[in-house]
Design a protein around this ligand. Structure first.
Ligand code: PBG
Length: 352
């Protein structure tokens, strides 16, 4: 661009005093921001009900649903309450749920999730029976069913045994599919988990069941309220030998590409807001659909800031969700799913 062209565009004058002869800007980005109609006309990203998967907690041996104090507005459903809640959610436009068990039958390996009568299978069956059109996603992991809280059986050194966990995952995936799960989502960050699960499913006639891999899951403090909600705090240690180091971005691409090669159908990034760069990077590397998980700590932060009057809850929710779409997400897992769908229906995006 020549000097005169730049001048015409109205480059900022270096003199402090206003110069009446200075050219006015031709390009004015504000023209298309002047009212809600223009803003929604040129909005690059949007949200719709079908973007969302609602994570839900289901506790066994309880008669009533119970509020979770660390996650205001989120409940531990009972096995009785689950059906109606899923039906109601579907009636408001929710298309998909992800189920987490709150187990009272824990052992060293999480065996309760490996048979058809355990909570893991029962809750999938219950949700599917209640609302057949709802896509039920089974989170495949063992931490909710092990007494030590880790994501698989331990070696004698106290670390998760990767390959023993793969064997169990193959079985857990089949239990999920037999119970009616529409999709499985391994969240344990074991090496080789997608290939093992694909093989397990295919051998049992479930070649049509997709795998949404938690391909890049970081060892994050933002899972704090979830561990409280699902009753899966760690007895000892941490998850840093299997979940990713929050400092690493190149390794995240390696993890995602590995899972794509192993046959993953959807790749997930988790947590959400602190990891938008990871999502945007992976978007450049793959054509698979991408999911992002706005985790419990992110939800709790927005809720508690709003409760204190520090920010507007609806605006903070919608801004964070739109940011996921902008960074490249096709699918959003969020505890805000139902609230967001309501806002979308009520025309929030047309009027903002
Ligand atoms: C278990 C699992 C966790 C979450 C989803 N699946 C917890 C963890 O890895 O410690 C966290 C979800 C959230 O915080 O909302 N594998």
């Amino acid at each position: 661009m020549t000097q005169t062209q730049i001048k015409k565009l109205g480059s900022p004058s270096s003199s402090f005093q206003h110069n009446m002869d200075a050219p006015l800007p031709i390009i004015r980005k504000r023209r298309l921001r002047q009212n809600a109609g223009f803003r929604s006309m040129v909005r690059e990203n949007t949200l719709s009900a079908s973007d969302f998967i609602l994570p839900m907690f289901v506790e066994e041996n309880v008669s009533e649903r119970a509020a979770i104090s660390s996650l205001p507005g989120v409940y531990r459903e009972s096995e009785q309450s689950l059906g109606n809640i899923v039906k109601d959610a579907a009636a408001t436009g929710l298309k998909s749920i992800m189920l987490f068990g709150v187990s009272h039958n824990k052992d060293e390996s999480g065996a309760d999730s490996l048979h058809s009568k355990g909570l893991f299978a029962r809750m999938i069956d219950r949700a599917k029976q209640a609302s057949p059109e709802t896509l039920v996603v089974a989170d495949l992991c063992f931490c909710e069913y092990t007494d030590h809280g880790h994501c698989g059986p331990l070696t004698k050194h106290g670390d998760v045994d990767n390959d023993a966990t793969l064997e169990n995952l193959m079985r857990q995936a089949v239990v999920a599919a037999e119970a009616g799960a529409d999709m499985v989502a391994p969240s344990g960050m074991m090496d080789g988990m997608v290939a093992a699960i694909r093989e397990g499913l295919d051998q049992s006639g479930f070649e049509h069941v997709p795998i949404m891999s938690y391909a890049t899951k970081f060892a994050s403090c933002f899972y704090g309220p979830f561990r409280d909600a699902a009753g899966c705090g760690l007895g000892k240690g941490n998850r840093k030998t299997y979940q990713m180091d929050p400092a690493n971005a190149r390794e995240a691409i390696e993890e995602a590409m590995q899972d794509e090669m192993e046959g993953a159908d959807i790749l997930m990034v988790k947590p959400g807001m602190p990891y938008l760069d990871i999502l945007a990077n992976i978007r450049q590397e793959t054509n698979l659909p991408l999911a992002i998980y706005q985790v419990s700590g992110e939800y709790a932060m927005i809720k508690s800031a709003a409760e204190k009057g520090l920010l507007d809850e609806t605006d903070a929710m919608m801004e964070s969700l739109l940011a996921f779409k902008r960074a490249g997400a096709d699918i959003i897992l969020s505890y805000f799913s139902l609230d967001a769908i309501k806002q979308i229906k009520d025309g929030y995006l047309e009027n903002v």
